[in-house]
Write a protein that binds this ligand. Structure first.
Ligand SMILES: Nc1ncnc2c1ncn2[C@@H]1O[C@H](COP(=O)(O)OP(=O)(O)OP(=O)(O)O)[C@@H](O)[C@H]1O
Length: 590
């Protein structure tokens, strides 16, 4: 109940924040309209009794009341619905804004490893449209509640026994509530399977997978898995719906029986003269109203419950995981970046992928991280970017613990080209300029960044130069090769020329050898600029041999480090890998 209360408070709070006056009007009008509709029954009672007793005053009063109430209800309902729809959209928009900030604004990536988070996030993404409607559900329920109360009050004035009639709706409401709860539980229970089903759908419709799906003829296999996942999800959810429906049906039977009983009592009263024919009309009208109100109530309660469940999901997801504090304005001091006994296990992982790493990245140096697949190179890059926190040990920058530095400030001092860089399908100038949002409108900064990344030639060949729309799915959009996208990602990383730390994770994986050589020459033999520390992850040892420091990782440990010459001299792991690569290169080029 307290969760429901919190969800209602959240919805009403947001509505008042986005539009106080609309919220006030909508929340006041809903119960007023509900109560006013019952007055139509009263008007009919006056008219019938007035006509039978041949009294003009009650007849006229009844007629006037009926006309006025009907017109007011009609006009005001239309206006209130308009206001409510607009408010509903505003509330939905506010939830979308909050969710985007929540998902994209979280400091690290830990939550993406948490299955419970992923399930809740998938459910919330799929049902987020309901958050705006949830406010409407609250309003409509207020309206129906007012109709019930007003009907009960009027029925008491006729016969106290009849006042019990609205109470018969209670089991119906409870049964409907139970059905919704069962369905919601089934949805939570099957959330993971449903997420897998959606992933399969995305896989089948994702252009990135299109080639392999066709080549390996996987479409049927994927469709089959999707169908099986759907059937399993549907079975559980349908089962819950049917179990709930049985109770709802029984409650309806009870309600209809009570309604007929109430009518019989009143008609009996008319027959023996203890009730007027007008009162019988009132009971018929209110009984009909009660039936329609109950029908709406069952639907509305279902709607309300589901909406509140979605709002509760939002509260659980967002409320319990407030974004890590990134406040403060302390910059990282300049100086060496030092790993002291750093160990790391991915959230939910069972074994350490970095094991007591001791490492010094000298300020201003270019450091190459090399090693076999899975050695831990990208994990070191992720820790340096503050995307994860070490499980043990500490990373310091110029002596200051990275864990104590405001993450936003630290991130503003670094720049990166990640292994799985993002293909922002925007105007080319924006795709690059996003590397420093403040400089986004600055064409010369974008041009310099492109130049530094060796991507000016690419821009010259595009129809609208910097203003070319990227992404073939967009009208007039141009798609690029993976290597060209990578050049733009590298240019993006050049938008912060005064960065303290540059992270390049396989920056040349998609580049041709000439471009790669030219690119790495810029990083490995930087001009006078020695304030920037550069970390390059690469498998191509011939291209990183000029680095100031080469760090060899194996199984999450640093096994060797030194300059190229020193490592060759040591005749260890690096020398062995280097010799193998050089021999392979000599074979392929001869
Ligand atoms: N997101 C993740 N969740 C869980 N484990 C991960 C994740 N990313 C990497 N790992 C594990 O951490 C280990 C180190 O991975 P990492 O990506 O750092 O290696 P790498 O040296 O960069 O490899 P590669 O050369 O293949 O890019 C691997 O064993 C991998 O299975």
């Amino acid at each position: 109940m307290s969760r429901m209360g919190a969800a209602i408070r959240l919805l009403i709070g947001i509505a008042f924040r986005v539009s106080p006056w609309r919220s006030t009007v909508v929340l006041l009008l809903a119960p007023l309209l509900g109560a006013a509709s019952v007055a139509q029954g009263l008007a009919l009672q006056w008219m019938v009794d007035g006509a039978l007793r041949q009294q003009v005053t009650p007849l006229t009063n009844g007629a006037v009341l009926l006309v006025v109430v009907t017109v007011i209800i009609h006009q005001v309902t239309a206006a209130a619905a308009d206001l409510r729809t607009r408010l509903q959209q505003q509330v939905g928009l506010e939830f979308d804004r909050r969710l985007m900030t929540f998902f994209a604004g979280r400091a690290g990536l830990d939550h993406y490893h948490d299955p419970a988070f992923l399930d809740a996030a998938t459910l919330l993404r799929a049902r987020r449209g309901e958050l705006g409607n949830a406010f409407a559900a609250v309003v409509e329920n207020l309206n129906v509640l007012a109709r019930f109360v007003a009907a009960a009050v009027l029925l008491v004035s006729t016969s106290p026994v009849l006042a019990l009639l609205p109470l018969v709706a209670l089991p119906l409401a409870l049964a409907t509530r139970r059905q919704e709860r069962l369905v919601a539980e089934a949805e939570h229970e099957t959330a993971e399977l449903d997420r897998q089903r959606r992933d399969l759908f995305s896989l089948a419709s994702d252009p990135a997978a299109a080639r392999e799906l066709r080549l390996y003829r996987l479409t049927d296999e994927i469709a089959d898995r999707h169908r099986r996942a759907f059937a399993a999800v549907h079975r559980v959810r349908e089962n819950a719906r049917v179990r709930g429906a049985v109770a709802v049906m029984l409650a309806w039977t009870g309600f209809v029986a009570a309604l007929l009983g109430g009518l019989a009592i009143t008609l009996d009263g008319v027959a023996v003269g203890t009730a007027s024919p007008g009162e019988a009309v009132l009971v018929v009208v209110l009984g009909t109203r009660l039936t329609t109100a109950t029908t709406s109530l069952t639907q509305l309660i279902a709607w309300l419950r589901r909406s509140l469940d979605t709002a509760g999901l939002y509260l659980r997801l967002v409320g319990e995981r407030t974004a890590a504090a990134t406040g403060g304005d302390r910059d990282a001091p300049s100086g060496d970046i030092v790993f002291e006994k750093v160990s790391f296990t991915y959230p939910g992982g069972s074994s350490a992928v970095l094991d007591q790493v001791d490492l010094c990245l000298p300020a201003g140096a270019t450091v190459a991280l090399v090693g076999a697949n899975g050695a831990g190179k990208s994990t070191i890059v992720a820790l340096l970017a503050g995307l994860y926190q070490p499980t043990a040990g500490r990373i310091s920058i110029g002596g200051a613990d990275l864990a104590d530095l405001p993450l936003d400030r630290w991130r503003s001092r670094i720049t990166a080209c990640f292994q799985d860089f993002c293909q922002f399908e925007l105007l080319l100038r924006e795709t690059v300029g996003l590397g420093d949002v403040r400089a986004l409108p600055d064409s010369s900064a974008v041009a310099t960044a492109l130049d530094l990344a060796g991507a000016q030639g690419l821009v010259r060949n595009l129809p609208a130069g910097l203003d070319t729309q990227l992404g073939s799915a967009l009208p007039g959009g141009v798609d690029l090769s993976t290597g060209q996208w990578q050049k733009l990602a590298l240019a993006r990383a050049r938008m912060r020329p005064d960065a303290q730390l540059v992270l390049l994770d396989e920056p040349a994986a998609s580049l041709d050898p000439d471009t790669e050589a030219a690119l790495l020459a810029r990083y490995l033999h930087p001009p006078q600029q020695r304030r920037t520390t550069t970390v390059v992850v690469s498998h191509r040892l011939t291209t990183v041999r000029a680095a100031d420091l080469i760090v060899v990782l194996d199984g999450g440990r640093v096994v060797e480090q030194g300059t190229h010459d020193e490592l060759i001299e040591q005749a260890g792991r690096y020398a062995e890998m280097y010799a193998l690569q050089a021999a392979a290169y000599a074979r392929t080029s001869s």
